[in-house]
Design a protein around this ligand. Structure first.
Ligand SMILES: Cc1cc2nc3c(=O)[nH]c(=O)nc-3n(C[C@H](O)[C@H](O)[C@H](O)COP(=O)(O)OP(=O)(O)OC[C@H]3O[C@@H](n4cnc5c(N)ncnc54)[C@H](O)[C@@H]3O)c2cc1C
Ligand code: FES
Length: 383
């Protein structure tokens, strides 16, 4: 155990503290409710936030610097997100946004939002949220972070567009704290105008030996002298100069992630060395493998839930129909990963695309994730 423990940061200090407590004893009745208070402080269900600053990043992207209204923000792991709850003209909904600031300070969280054409919440945040406005979110959550026990020290981050946000937080943490890790960031964007944190990342790569950075543009302006194209096997190979990496992380739009994972496979990188952040489905769900033939996305079905009957479109997640009718269920990732929105399907059929992380017991007992389940018949749910 001691060998295993010595791999953990701070283990020796804790071990010493435990030995002192065991030797001299302690009256734990004095500690009543302390544990619960600590857990609630570290993992609050909701955070009350205020926008302290707005930082323009690109023509379509803005950083929202968020501070706590009660003066305290819990710690987080670089790479995690908060789920922002908003009320857009009477519609109560939420969206996850990665914390792009470093976890070395929790005076504020930065989230960096990219405007999505036709998107509800990104446009609401960009157009209507000002300095001083109040927002509510979940506590930090998510599984896309560095694990010192299993991920090794040589890390390759592959980012597309706004998918660079978790890596910015990880890079900031590593370099600010002088952690013993070697990081190579490969970042793909359409144009130079789309590149996030360009100067800051470039500057860090110049100043720190353990961090290097390669940018590639798929639609460069005329005369652009840097690398162009997509993040394919050849570009990854050239960027790494033959260096073997312990772990690859990919974050970006779903098609980009799929493409890059396949390119890594061509380079012989085993599946277990590739970690991908989850993402919502933005495109047409009827194009996903397994969608029932002939069923149109516009077809509507009846959903019986919470003692009510509501209408839902086949082509939209059931969660959206519930939110529209103000039927509340817990929600966090909106990508089928976290299980918060798990509900029981009592009757009828739903389509669940690839990437929904259902447990074996969910499948056996008929549970679905409402954020990534689409009605393909009239259905009844137990919330
Ligand atoms: C873990 C995680 C971290 C994330 N971090 C970030 C981040 O750091 N920065 C960031 O910018 N984003 C991030 N996102 C994405 C973010 O959560 C939102 O998905 C994004 O902002 C788009 O939300 P929206 O409400 O603007 O778009 P939505 O309203 O959700 O729409 C998305 C797309 O679907 C289309 N659409 C919507 N409704 C319909 C309909 N009825 N019929 C047909 N099409 C429709 C829209 O036109 C749009 O193209 C993250 C997502 C996840 C899962
Ligand atoms: S909200 Fe995370 S699985 Fe549905």
């Amino acid at each position: 155990m001691s060998d295993f423990g010595s791999l953990l940061e701070g283990y020796d200090r804790l071990q010493q503290e435990m030995e002192i407590l065991q030797k001299y004893g302690r009256d734990y009745r004095m500690e009543r409710n302390r544990t619960r208070a600590i857990v609630e402080r570290l993992h609050p269900k909701r955070l009350q936030l205020k926008v302290a600053e707005l930082i323009e990043e690109t023509y379509s992207t803005r950083t929202f610097r968020l501070v706590a209204r009660n003066g305290y923000l819990p710690p987080f792991q670089a790479g995690q997100y908060i789920n922002l709850f908003v009320n857009v003209d009477g519609l109560h909904t939420s969206r996850p946004y990665t914390i792009s600031s470093s976890p070395r300070q929790v005076g504020y969280y930065d989230i960096t939002v990219k405007r999505m054409p036709g998107g509800l919440v990104s446009n609401y945040l960009m157009d209507r949220i000002k300095v001083g406005d109040e927002l509510e979110s979940s506590g930090p959550t998510g599984n896309f972070y560095y694990n010192p026990l299993f991920h090794g020290k040589k890390l390759c981050f592959i980012a597309g567009g706004a998918g660079v946000t978790p890596f910015v937080s990880m890079v900031r943490e590593t370099l600010q704290s002088g952690l013993d890790r070697q990081i190579h960031l490969i970042y793909g964007c359409q144009t130079l105008e789309d590149v996030l944190f360009y100067d800051r990342i470039k500057d860090l790569s110049v100043r720190h030996d353990g961090f290097s950075y390669d940018l590639i543009l798929s639609e460069p302006h005329k005369g652009y002298g840097g690398p162009t194209g997509f993040i394919d096997a050849q570009f990854i190979k050239e960027s790494l100069h033959g260096e073997k990496m312990d772990m690859f992380y990919i974050c970006g739009p779903p098609a980009m992630k799929e493409f890059c994972a396949a390119e890594l496979k061509k380079l012989g990188v085993p599946r277990r060395k590739i970690r991908q952040e989850v993402s919502p489905i933005y495109g047409d769900i009827t194009q996903q493998p397994g969608w029932p033939e002939g069923l149109s996305a516009d077809q509507t079905f009846t959903v019986r839930a919470g003692g009510r009957e509501i209408e839902a479109q086949a082509g939209r997640p059931i969660l959206e129909a519930l939110e529209r009718e103000r039927i509340k269920i817990p929600v966090s990732c909106r990508c089928g990963e976290c299980s918060y929105c798990r509900v029981k399907l009592l009757k009828g059929e739903v389509f669940q695309p690839e990437g929904v992380l259902l447990r074996e017991s969910d499948r056996r007992f008929g549970y679905i994730h409402a954020c990534k389940a689409y009605p393909i018949s009239d259905i009844e749910l137990l919330l």
